[in-house]
Design a protein around this ligand. Structure first.
Ligand code: SF4
Length: 342
């Protein structure tokens, strides 16, 4: 299937300036990222805070321009559109923010918040707005009479439902959700994820889920791209990335999911500064497998993995998925020098 969204070699650096306005380095937020999303497909972009995934989400929607590279949406180059043409194209591309308390204007009723995209893009006549808003609220599990209320009258989960209704009002073909459930209680998270799953299937939406949480991602993603310090380090079908991760960083993230059954030390140290990212493989300062080549040569993303040692690392198998004998052998390996498998 041809891609609805096709991002090529995106680069975005944010310059840093001193008090006199002189350039003093730059934050390397996104560095050479390419990805595609097919119609109806959910791609999850996963990584720790500060890895550049939110900046990438905004680049994909044309909300900020890339320094290099281009974003094709339905074959049209967003980076070459005039501001007016880009505004019109936004009807097809929407964003759901992380914080349901900040994403809604406290001075707007729910009716006005959800109707705003309808007006902006001239989607329905004014006289039909109330009916359309009521239908959208029902679809996200709220009642039509909620339209008359104000955002502060709702819980976090309800506000996120309102934000979802607003994002879907214009009938988009692509939605980017930037940590759409991470600000919610766990029980509410499950309900909102279930709602998103239903809407994605029903509307045949292309969905880009940005998240730090593999536990959330595995509930909705068809494919997963793992980011580390501005680059994609692993990409592939969700099943493969979750159950047979090949990059040491993905393995560490996977091992950290509660109940994964994977025995592995957490990644050592902090994420290096994106102002001065490490040379070579950016993960080399924290990677237990790093060799000399890793410190100088950038590993290309080949066959879905950006790691010089990808064909030499031991297989990754969660303890819960091992046969009993293999499980015992794995446990014994902890007592042999250097014996812990991935
Ligand atoms: Fe680790 Fe080297 Fe692979 Fe980077 S390239 S993940 S440092 S083994």
């Amino acid at each position: 299937m041809s891609a609805l969204l096709d991002a090529r070699d995106l680069v975005k650096h944010f310059p840093m300036r001193d008090a006199l306005g002189r350039k003093r380095g730059a934050v390397h937020a996104v560095d050479g990222v390419s990805l595609t999303v097919a119609p109806g497909e959910t791609l999850a972009i996963v990584g720790e805070s500060g890895c550049g995934k939110s900046t990438l989400g905004r680049l994909l929607l044309g909300l900020i321009p890339p320094d290099e590279g281009q974003v094709l949406f339905g074959g049209e180059n967003l980076t070459a559109l005039s501001p007016a043409a880009l505004r019109a194209r936004r009807r097809d591309m929407q964003l759901i923010f992380q914080d349901p308390f900040a994403s809604l204007d406290p001075r707007q009723t729910v009716q006005d918040a959800v109707a705003e995209p309808l007006r902006l893009h001239g989607i329905v006549p004014r006289g039909q707005e109330a009916t359309r808003v009521a239908a959208l609220l029902s679809r996200v599990g709220l009642r039509p009479e909620h339209a008359r209320r104000w955002p502060h009258e709702f819980s976090g989960g309800q506000r996120q439902r309102i934000a979802i209704a607003r994002a879907l009002a214009s009938g988009p073909r692509l939605v980017v959700g930037d940590e759409p459930v991470s600000a919610l209680d766990v029980s509410v998270q499950a309900q909102v994820i279930e709602l998103l799953r239903g809407l994605i299937a029903e509307m045949d939406l292309a969905f880009v889920l940005i998240s730090h949480d593999l536990g959330v991602v595995r509930q909705v993603a068809d494919r997963i791209a793992v980011m580390y310090l501005g680059r994609i380090v692993e990409e592939g079908p969700a099943e493969q990335v979750l159950h047979a991760p090949r990059h040491p960083y993905t393995r560490a993230l996977r091992a950290a999911v509660p109940g994964s059954g994977v025995k592995q030390a957490p990644v050592a140290g902090d994420v290096p500064s994106p102002i001065n990212p490490p040379a070579g493989c950016r993960f080399h300062t924290r990677c237990p497998h790093a060799e000399a080549i890793c410190r100088t040569i950038v590993p290309p993303l080949e066959a879905g993995v950006a790691c010089h040692l990808k064909d030499r690392l031991p297989p990754f198998i969660a303890l819960a998925e091992r046969a009993p004998d293999a499980r015992l052998a794995h446990l014994q390996s902890f007592f042999r020098p250097g014996g812990v498998a991935a």
